[in-house]
Design a protein around this ligand. Sequence first.
Ligand SMILES: N[C@@H](CCC(=O)N[C@@H](CSC=O)C(=O)NCC(=O)O)C(=O)O
Length: 280
Amino acid sequence: MSSLERIERIRESGGWLERYRHDSATCRCPMTFSIYLPPQAEQGPVPAVYWLSGLTCTDDNFRTKAGAQRYAAELGLALVIPDTSPRGEGVPDVPERYDLGQGAGFYVNATQAPWSEHYQMYDYVTRELPALVEAHFPLVPGLKSITGHSMGGHGALICALKNPGAYRSVSAFAPICHPTVCGWGEGCFGAYLSGDREAWKAYDATELVAAGAAPIPLLIDHGTDDEFLPDQLYPQDLEAVCRARDFPLTLRMQAGYDHSYHFIASFIGEHLAYHAVALK
Ligand SMILES: N[C@@H](CCC(=O)N[C@@H](CSC=O)C(=O)NCC(=O)O)C(=O)O
């Protein structure tokens, strides 16, 4: 297991917001993540909520824009906030594209060169990072939930659907619900996973539910004024397969909200309270 280099420590809401760099064996490069430890972590281990961010983000967007740490402090939850892709000079990228390469790992394990050398974000967020943080921080082993936004909402849904029992609860903000049929998903899956569309379905929430994923309640918020709702997010497709299977889905269309962190900040308290109930 790699060692951790602490690169930041900030007092917030009675707890600590910390940032670390480590050599990832999974992504074969240095990776950065943030963790918020609530005040309760000074008394003993606490449960963790993993947050997966969207396209163009690092771990910094959520911790500076969502206002989540205040709620996490009240609820006694740690927040674990990974980056959205491997990064660095030796890591493939398409600098002119915001939706492919660095900042756009899409939470899959790439199988295609040149991406497969480093772009192993699914294994990183579901295996390496939980083992690392549980070994180094006062977290209750295995007691975790997951949420995220847009590409990260897609990531949260597939991590929970593909790992029955690993997460006590899952929620998502404006997730890309059917990535195999939207432009963002087609671009990344085509590059990272080849042109074989059947292979893409293993990382698509709508396809996983349709294929018989074990039931876990899904809490999803979308904004009705989200600029990406018509062409990228497809909640109606996930809703249809959930209805056909009687799969537990709470899909809330929040009037007037867009795709931004203002939307996330408006509902993050509700989402964390939801996870806190599942984690008690
Ligand atoms: N037009 C934007 C597109 C990038 C964008 O909107 N990113 C969202 C996530 S979208 C899906 O994953 C985001 O969270 N941005 C960061 C933020 O702090 O708002 C562009 O060109 O950048």
